[in-house]
Write a protein that binds this ligand. Structure first.
Ligand SMILES: [Fe+2]
Length: 581
């Protein structure tokens, strides 16, 4: 059976395809239309998916949509009656229904299928059910507790329960307007980071501050029995229908979520152009503690009702890798699987997985233990791109010679663009669309920021390490961390050796690489270890400030306009031998 999953009319629009219970393709629209966190309908990703997989509309058994406007309908009506909504709220709800009424028509038109086509079937999956399915069904666990925690989806911000085999038993939800995601976003906006998806910057900033303002934050929410929490709505605007998200031209834009009470509490919000001061650092550190209050409160309740050692996570809050790295210290859970595309892009995978397993009872045989499900680039396309731009290159025949040359260049302090195989699904570059550098160099963070990334200096760069060597360098609570979604302490005796990836608080957001999940990247790490004694690389995404590069042409454009020293694209190597200009 073939199921297509789609996240549409929402930020991080995306597409995923399951064939006979196996994920065969997954990609975000932003990689194809080049708009960060692209929203709306994933037109280009859908067409690319069908082209690359060779699937026709008549092959599709079902299209699963990770949104169900009818979910939690009674809660929505009750909220509307209690709050006596303004016309805006009514209009927004009506618009949501209308969009989905046109989903089928738009889809069939796009793929050039007859409007009266009996196939495929269209199935709506509640947002958090899709998040949970994306994690539990692909985790490899037969039984696990699960939690989805985010801003908002289908009128709820959290869902938790227990998965077993093909069944998801939902135990509880947190309904709008109470939301850990909105709480974190409000603080992110207050700190002057106004672009959609800027929350991860605040997580990096937290290490510079002290949680001196935690009591002020604790005025903004209250932990309730049975894992529940409530926001103090005096501090927020979203429940008044005044904090909408728009996506004109596909660019998501979230209205301000915090109310005047924040200004009474903390003073004026930081302007985006202003310097980051100790106040902002302390707000970020206090916010991190507050988020962990809510996160671990829910998780400890979840354990108390499931008594499972295994935990599956998804939803935007599951990108908080600092909190994720502390779960085994603050809760009884022992084994944790986090969907690598934990944000809304991952709901495309989850919606299709939900239809396959929960609805149609297909046996679970697929484990998502890597993220390489996007577009590939053939040798011909790479060579054509290089020649069309008149770029001289050397083609290296063997993997061994390729990794030797690349590892040597990195050890010499060069910054490398590394473009290999299928593109990653999810927000992290995990070794196929990466910029790589030497983590041993104290100046490497500044070099990358000045020459390529131009990002805030407080943001750390992350390391990648071979799975077998990870315990030697990092104090991990698990055997592997393949998706760079957990922060762990760098071992005290290794911090001096790894200055470019050790954050101010002595931690790092670790990616481990298993030989079988990405053999070429593993070989490169191993070769770098042979040369330096440290099989660790600094790994950041292959982009400047646009979406991660997808095609050879985009990789070449990024290489040319930034000041990388070398580009390794497939087995072709381009070197900037004339010095940096
Ligand atoms: Fe979500």
């Amino acid at each position: 059976m073939i199921y297509l999953g789609i996240n549409a009319y929402h930020p991080d629009a995306s597409v995923a395809l399951f064939k006979d219970g196996v994920l065969v393709w997954a990609g975000e629209e932003e990689r194809y239309n080049r708009i960060k966190h692209a929203s709306g309908f994933p037109d280009k990703a859908l067409m690319q998916c069908l082209k690359e997989t060779g699937i026709k509309h008549s092959d599709l058994d079902a299209v699963a949509i990770s949104k169900n406007p009818q979910a939690n309908f009674i809660k929505k009506v009750a909220f509307a009656l209690i709050t006596q909504p303004n016309l805006n709220m009514v209009f927004n709800r009506a618009r949501a229904f209308t969009r989905f009424a046109f989903f089928r028509k738009h889809f069939l038109h796009l793929i050039n299928a007859p409007v009266n086509s009996p196939r495929p079937e269209f199935i709506n999956v509640e947002h958090h059910q899709a998040h949970i399915a994306s994690s539990f069904f692909l985790s490899g666990f037969d039984r696990a507790a699960f939690l989805s925690l985010d801003g908002l989806g289908d009128f709820s911000s959290a869902m938790w329960g227990m998965g077993e085999g093909n069944k998801l038993k939902v135990c509880d939800r947190v309904y709008f307007p109470h939301s850990a995601g909105f709480f974190y976003t409000a603080a992110t906006q207050f700190l002057g980071f106004l672009k959609f998806g800027d929350e991860y910057k605040v997580m990096g900033l937290a290490a510079y501050g002290k949680p001196a303002l935690i009591e002020s934050f604790r005025m903004m929410y209250r932990l309730k029995p049975k894992g529940q929490f409530k926001l103090n709505l005096d501090y927020f605007l979203h429940h008044k229908g005044q904090a909408k998200i728009r996506w004109e031209g596909g660019i998501p834009d979230q209205d301000i979520l915090y109310s005047a009470e924040w200004i009474k509490t903390f003073g004026e919000p930081r302007q985006t152009e202003s310097a980051v001061t100790q106040r902002e650092m302390d707000i970020a550190a206090s916010l991190q503690v507050a988020l962990e209050d809510i996160y671990f409160h829910i998780l400890n309740h979840l354990y108390s009702i499931t008594h499972e050692d295994n935990l599956c996570l998804a939803g935007g809050v599951a990108f908080n890798s600092v909190a994720n790295g502390k779960i085994t210290r603050h809760t009884p859970f022992r084994n944790i699987y986090i969907q690598p595309a934990a944000g809304d892009a991952g709901t495309a995978v989850g919606a299709a997985a939900y239809v396959a397993h929960a609805l149609y009872n297909e046996p679970r045989k697929f484990v998502m233990n890597h993220v390489y499900f996007g577009s590939d680039a053939s040798r011909e396309s790479i060579v054509t791109a290089l020649r069309s731009k008149g770029i001289a290159f050397e083609e290296i025949a063997s993997d061994e010679a390729l990794v030797k040359k690349t590892a040597k260049a990195i050890a010499e302090g060069k910054v490398i663009g590394w473009f290999q195989g299928k593109m990653e699904f999810g927000p992290r570059a995990l070794g196929n669309r990466s910029i790589l550098a030497d983590p041993r160099r104290p100046d490497m963070k500044d070099i990358l920021n000045q020459r390529i990334k131009h990002r805030e200096t407080f943001r750390p760069f992350a390391p990648t390490v071979t799975e077998e060597s990870a315990p030697e360098f990092f104090e991990m609570d698990c055997a592997s961390s393949p998706f760079m979604l957990k922060v762990f302490p760098v071992r005290h005796d290794k911090r001096k050796a790894l200055p470019a990836i050790t954050h101010l608080d002595g931690t790092a957001r670790v990616q481990t690489v298993a030989k079988e999940s990405n053999p070429l990247f593993w070989k490169l790490l191993t070769e770098f270890g042979h040369i330096t004694g440290i099989p660790v690389l600094l790994n950041t995404s292959f982009n400047e400030n646009e979406p991660i590069v997808c095609t050879p042409e985009e990789a070449l454009d990024c290489y040319i306009k930034t000041k990388m020293d070398m580009l390794v694209i497939g087995h072709c190597v381009v070197e900037r031998k004339d010095g940096l200009k």
